[in-house]
Design a protein around this ligand. Structure first.
Ligand code: 0A1
Ligand code: ZN
Length: 883
């Protein structure tokens, strides 16, 4: 450290400086600063001598000057919390090396050299779960985004691609299975130690490196690709979990086939391994040929996993597999391009799931996530474009914006081009950039060249944050209907002024009498405002707009409830029916909360909603899965998004009151529905899934209107269920009720599943997200439960993410919920910074909350900010949230 240049405290002690003054801000990295790395590292050889408490890593790098970069006298090898044991250059002393912070900087003359670096790690002590860590007695790695630098010193950036050869050795009894990327080329044994050598023929960036060593068993299968390559497939789990891997394996085989058929992408190795680990920060990771998964996205059987869990597994297995092309064969030039691989891969997994099940239901689910998570992000202090301009800690940018809005942006291109032309664009992208570290611009250019579309203005979707608002007015004169559209994009941090973007909106106009429409059209609003005229309407038609949610925008329009009731019952686009139901309920709830609707107005509105809901319940053309979507109320988060400043208590109260009112008015219809579906035997087909969905919805309406009856019915469902969906649904309802059945069934559930971590996670989450008035006390008590630990991210999320997403508990008027989250962040930050930082956004929305609570939320954030030492992750999120 250069002491002369360190800001000194008043008494001149530089150590004091950091503590006494503001915490030192980690540097902000700018997208515009990108330069190619001065060196190439075509090959790397690593030798791991594995142990839970001590692993020794010998890394040999062949480095040569990059002819396409400015020459540099040094090579910077990133490190993070690493101890350098030794370094040699071309087999001899390496005089010219020095530490610069965590990095190792080596002075090199000449064109090419071989560096050999030795590091030593303690995987058991790695609670951050980045780099090499121990989980349940096994060893595994997580390198995206910057975890490889916790294993060895290396230019840990995605545009440095190398071919890896890895030798792993360790005690055979402890680690009978040794896995790495690529193909196993050799193996041997000596005494109690065995070893394996792996080679990955495909050049890859360090973030795709992975190894696993442990006592694992596999479900094995195979897949033959379109061109005849037979691929061995393994799903590795702990002994005892094997009978819960069938769905994962089937999902993998379906993904491989679908990617061949839909995007023309074949797998490119002879082996594909999936490993399930119980300590994992995210859902899963696409390491080349060796995907590592959170157990939550692998293990399922009907007794322990819900229908939602089954769908989640299929989607995530697909997602990671699809990364083999969109992410691995073509990777990112730098982390600002993250949406290049994530947005595209999310779109690919969404389309896959649409094809495997009900397309409209999947679309509704995806839109629900977008609106419930991404829209709030886009209108808050952490808003950023899908291709950000700067960051301090890249882990904070694995967001719903990069992933889900990124997918929507690419989906819009597909909608405008049509499926076939879009495929020409993606074919060109895969061809043109195979083997490269590419940019979002490369992707858009390929789509542009492949489809023949001009995407000049469309590129603004990559640079501008914020959810566009589209104002819609429909007028009628003579026999024409005139559609007036205008767009505004709200200001977001660092972006006060926005330019109009092309917004593709699918529209249809319905004749009120016949219920027919004249065909769907795609209109593209690419100016601040535009007018579209449709002829041939003697009467004012009913407008259905943004069908299938063709653009990720929010629509503002004055639409009569009659029109919404019409669309909810008649629209031939199932998404639009769902939308009309949501709009009907959201419009009423916003009116009731803000007082814009008087008592009489409220009463009529509730009558209209009940009428529409009744039609939905009784419409025998509907599949129950879709019926369930139409019966669902808008989430509290979505209702809050419609208002500038919200009182969460009021929204909660009005939402519950509407539920109770519907439960009262439609009691007999709900019961008839329940009776109709109740006897259907368990299966994973759409009928049976739909039946389970509507059953629990009926219970939740009943819980609001007739709690005693609901408790009885839920207890009955719980006792008679032969699957987790019904059991969890019943327990979810009971957890919100103050009834003796609540205690009984919660205890029963715990006893029944004690030792099954994923199900015990559900047990925590059900209580933390319950509607029970004492939920906050339940969470406090559960914090002290012997099964609770801050070391396991799934467990932390099951208690605290569920709590932070439970508006009535988290937003307790006295601020206790906010304090609990601030306490959690402070305690968790030194243990697992990535997971800790993910709790900040819940407090960060203070500007949109009523004054009293807003101050308490800010206080909680300031308390976190004042901590003497914060991780880069939490520091960045807190400062942006307060800023
Ligand atoms: N690329 C993965 C997500 C992922 C990112 C970072 C991680 O570090 C803890 C783990 C996983 C995906 O999109 O699935
Ligand atoms: Zn991904």
């Amino acid at each position: 450290m250069d002491i002369a240049r360190t800001p000194a405290s008043p008494d001149g002690n530089p150590e004091m400086a950091d503590a006494a003054f503001e915490p030192k801000a980690p540097p902000e990295i700018q997208r515009s600063d990108y330069t190619p790395f001065a060196w190439l590292i075509p090959t790397i050889r690593m030798e791991f001598d594995l142990g839970l408490d001590k692993t020794r890593v010998v890394t040999r790098l062949d480095v040569e000057r990059n002819p396409d970069a400015d020459a540099s006298p040094t090579i910077r090898l990133n490190g993070d919390s690493l101890e350098l044991v030794s370094i040699t250059c071309d087999g001899g002393d390496c005089a010219g090396h020095m530490m610069d912070g965590d990095d190792l900087v080596v002075t090199l003359e000449g064109e090419r050299h071989t560096l050999e670096i030795v590091t030593e790690l303690d995987p058991s002590d790695n609670s951050q779960l980045m780099g090499l860590y121990a989980s349940n007695g096994m060893l595994c790695t997580q390198c995206e985004a910057e975890g490889f630098r916790r294993i060895t010193f290396f230019p840990d950036r995605p545009d440095v691609l190398s071919t890896y050869t890895v030798r792993m050795s360790g005690p055979k009894a402890q680690f009978p299975v040794l896995l790495c990327n690529g193909n196993r080329t050799d193996a041997g044994e000596e005494g109690g130690t065995h070893w394996a050598e792996w080679q990955d023929p495909w050049p890859k960036p360090s973030y795709l490196f992975a190894l696993v060593a442990g006592d694992l068993v596999a479900r094995t299968d195979s897949f033959t690709t379109a061109s005849g390559r037979k691929v061995e497939l393994n799903v590795w789990v702990r002994d005892g979990d094997l009978d819960r891997t069938e769905h994962a394996m089937e999902s993998l085989k379906r993904s491989m086939k679908w990617d061949e058929e839909t995007f023309g992408r074949e797998y490119d190795l002879d082996l594909f391994n999936i490993v399930a680990v119980s300590d994992f920060n995210m859902g899963a990771m696409e390491n080349k040929g060796l995907n590592i998964f959170n157990t939550k996205y692998v293990l399922a059987d009907p007794d322990t996993a819900t229908d939602g869990d089954y769908d989640g597994i299929e989607g995530v297995i697909g997602h990671e597999y699809f990364h083999n092309w969109s992410g691995n064969r073509i990777t990112c030039r730098d982390w600002f391009q993250l949406s290049l691989k994530e947005g595209f891969t999310v779109l690919r997994d969404q389309l896959f799931s649409q094809d495997m099940g009900s397309a409209p239901v999947k679309r509704i689910e995806d839109v629900r996530v977008l609106r419930g998570v991404q829209f709030p992000e886009d209108s808050g202090p952490l808003a950023h474009p899908i291709r950000p301009d700067s960051y301090r800690e890249i882990s904070n940018f694995y967001t719903a914006t990069i992933y889900n809005k990124g997918a929507e942006v690419i989906r819009m291109m597909r909608t405008m081009a049509g499926e076939e032309r879009f495929r020409r664009g993606t074919d060109l992208y895969f061809d043109r950039h195979d083997g490269e570290a590419a940019t979002c611009e490369d992707f858009v250019k390929s789509i542009e060249d492949g489809t023949g579309m001009d995407l000049t203005q469309f590129r603004r979707w990559y640079s501008q944050a914020g959810t566009p608002k589209v104002r819609v007015d429909l007028e009628h004169t003579g026999n024409s209907a005139t559609l007036k559209l205008s767009q505004t994009i709200p200001a977001t941090p660092g972006q006060p002024n926005k330019k109009p973007m092309p917004i593709p909106l699918k529209v249809a106009l319905f004749d009120r009498q016949s219920g027919e429409n004249t065909g769907e059209e795609l209109v593209v609003l690419d100016q601040d405002s535009a007018i579209f005229t449709f002829d041939g309407f003697l009467q004012k038609p009913v407008l259905s707009i943004n069908r299938t949610f063709s653009a990720p925008v929010s629509i503002e329009r004055d639409v009569s409830r009659d029109d919404l009731v019409f669309l909810a019952a008649q629209d031939d686009d199932p998404f639009a029916r769902y939308e009309a139901m949501q709009e009907l309920m959201t419009g009423y709830l916003v009116g009731a909360v803000t007082g814009d609707l008087d008592d009489a107005g409220c009463k009529t509105a509730r009558g209209d909603i009940a009428q529409a809901m009744k039609s939905v319940i009784e419409d025998d053309r509907l599949e129950d899965l879709m019926r369930g979507e139409l019966m669902s109320m808008p989430s509290q988060a979505y209702i809050a998004e419609q208002m500038l400043v919200v009182d969460p208590g009021r929204i909660h109260a009005e939402r519950e009151a509407l539920k109770a009112d519907l439960g009262d008015r439609l009691a007999s219809q709900f019961h008839a529905l329940y009776d109709r579906v109740e006897g259907l035997p368990f299966s994973l087909d759409a009928h049976a899934k739909g039946a389970r969905k509507v059953k629990t919805l009926v219970l939740s309406y009943a819980a609001a209107s007739d709690p005693a009856k609901a408790a009885e019915l839920a207890a009955y469902q719980y006792d008679h269920s032969d699957n987790m969906t019904d059991r969890q649904g019943a327990l979810m309802v009971l957890a919100g009720l103050d009834s003796p059945e609540r205690t009984d069934k919660l205890q029963d559930f715990y006893n029944r599943y004690a030792g099954n971590a994923l199900v015990i996670d559900k047990w925590f989450a059900l209580q933390a997200s319950s509607l029970h008035p004492d939920a906050i006390d339940h969470v406090k008590a559960l914090r002290g439960h012997p099964d609770f630990t801050l070391k396991n991210p799934n467990r932390v999320r099951s208690l605290y993410m569920a709590f932070a997403a439970n508006p009535s508990a988290f937003h307790a008027a006295d601020g206790e919920g906010y304090d609990m989250i601030a306490d959690l962040v402070l305690e968790l930050d030194p243990i697992n910074a990535q997971t800790a930082a993910r709790f900040i956004p819940s407090l960060g929305r203070w500007r949109r909350i009523e004054e009293g609570r807003a101050k308490l939320m800010r206080d909680a954030l300031e308390r976190v900010a004042a901590a003497p030492k914060l991780s880069r992750d939490t520091f960045e999120q807190v400062t942006r949230s307060l800023g």
